[in-house]
Design a protein around this ligand. Structure first.
Ligand code: ASP
Length: 357
């Protein structure tokens, strides 16, 4: 009996072990985390005051912390993306939600999209003028409508049908962005009425001024990619687009496969940059496709895609995460507001081209 009892105890313990779910143990070891951006463009040390630099870093940290907290407690990648982007949409520093750039009529007009890498479901909105957090509505399009992409008044009608509060456009407007619009209009009056095609040779000295003019009209778009403890990826991007935009112009941000893409089999990507070129190069999906069809790693794939964008004459940046938690932050502009945290490793926050990417 003395021998039998410990044997019985051992047998019942191993039975309990065999029946115990294995998921919690393995998911505890899985990498999780997120990468965020606050836009790419002509962001240089010499044009940034120490105070503004500190404000940007503090808000990036706050956004990263909001997303990380969701993942750390076992929440979904989608919830983390929404949590991080909401902080940046609510901050006047970025060109998304409050602080969005003005269109040519002096109105803030916003676009956003989100994608679930586990299901390949996606939601997108464009031309919103009265929805406080455009990314929230993009998510509701994905989860509560049978569509993927809603625009303008129709998208807002959908928001009201869900009980969203109508936010006055003045809420989004800031003096800084108004001055940017005034400057863009002054420069434009010396050029064309905004309908002229871009010069074919964008690299020539005569068009350098043109490039600078266009660069001044954008940046500050925000985005996030996340990997949760269950191994699911998600991506989301939100923007006011380009200053002085006309004729219902929509950039890459709400175009699934251009500004945003997520697929558990490859990666999650959020882009920022000169939207016209990012649409033409189908940037976010192009990175995923190289990983899927050519077996490239996320960094090599992103570098190849940004080279295509540059060849077309555009610039900007991308952030990404793959299902193993490999981080990518890359850009061919002067700088990009960016930050990431993977599992319990140290947070990285960077702005300029000479900082880690
Ligand atoms: N990609 C955005 C757009 O073209 C602008 C940006 O990323 O700053 O609308």
């Amino acid at each position: 009996m003395k021998i039998l009892l410990p044997l019985l105890a051992l047998a019942s313990a191993s039975l309990a072990l065999a029946q115990a779910p294995v998921a919690p143990a393995s998911s505890a070891l899985r990498p999780f985390g997120l990468v965020i951006h606050g836009g790419a463009g002509v962001i240089e040390r010499r044009n940034m005051s120490p105070d503004l630099d500190a404000q940007y870093r503090a808000t990036l940290q706050q956004a990263l912390d909001a997303g990380y907290a969701v993942l750390d407690r076992g929440g979904t990648a989608l919830d983390a993306v929404v949590a991080a982007v909401t902080v940046m949409e609510d901050s006047p520093l970025f060109n998304a939600g409050k602080g969005a750039v003005f269109n040519a009529d002096g109105i803030c007009e916003m676009d956003a999209s989100i994608m679930n890498g586990a299901t390949l479901q996606a939601g997108a909105v464009a031309g919103l003028q009265h929805v406080r957090n455009p990314l929230h509505l993009a998510r509701d399009v994905m989860e509560k409508s049978k569509h993927v992409f809603l625009i303008g008044e129709g998208a807002e009608k959908f928001a009201w049908s869900l009980g969203y509060e109508r936010t006055p456009n003045e809420y989004f407007q800031t003096d800084f962005r108004r001055k940017q619009l005034e400057r863009a209009k002054q420069l434009e009056s010396r050029k064309d009425n905004g309908t002229a095609a871009l010069p074919a040779d964008l690299a020539s000295p005569t068009t350098r001024d043109e490039r600078h003019f266009i660069h001044e009209q954008k940046y500050g778009t925000v985005g996030c990619v996340a990997l949760d403890r269950q191994g699911n990826l998600a991506a989301g991007t939100s923007t006011g687009g380009m200053t002085n935009k006309k004729f219902g112009r929509v950039g890459d941000v709400p175009v699934i496969g251009a500004g945003t893409y997520a697929n558990n089999a490859t990666c999650a990507i959020s882009a920022t940059g000169w939207g016209e070129f990012f649409i033409r190069a189908t940037v976010a999906h192009d990175i995923s496709a190289q990983m899927e069809y050519q077996g490239k790693d996320i960094r090599a794939a992103a570098a190849a895609t940004l080279a295509k964008v540059a060849q077309l004459g555009g610039d900007g940046g991308v952030i990404g995460l793959d299902a193993r938690g490999n981080v990518m932050t890359d850009f061919n502009s002067e700088g990009m507001y960016r930050a990431y945290r993977i599992s319990d490793r140290k947070t990285v926050i960077a702005i300029y081209g000479d900082e880690p990417r």
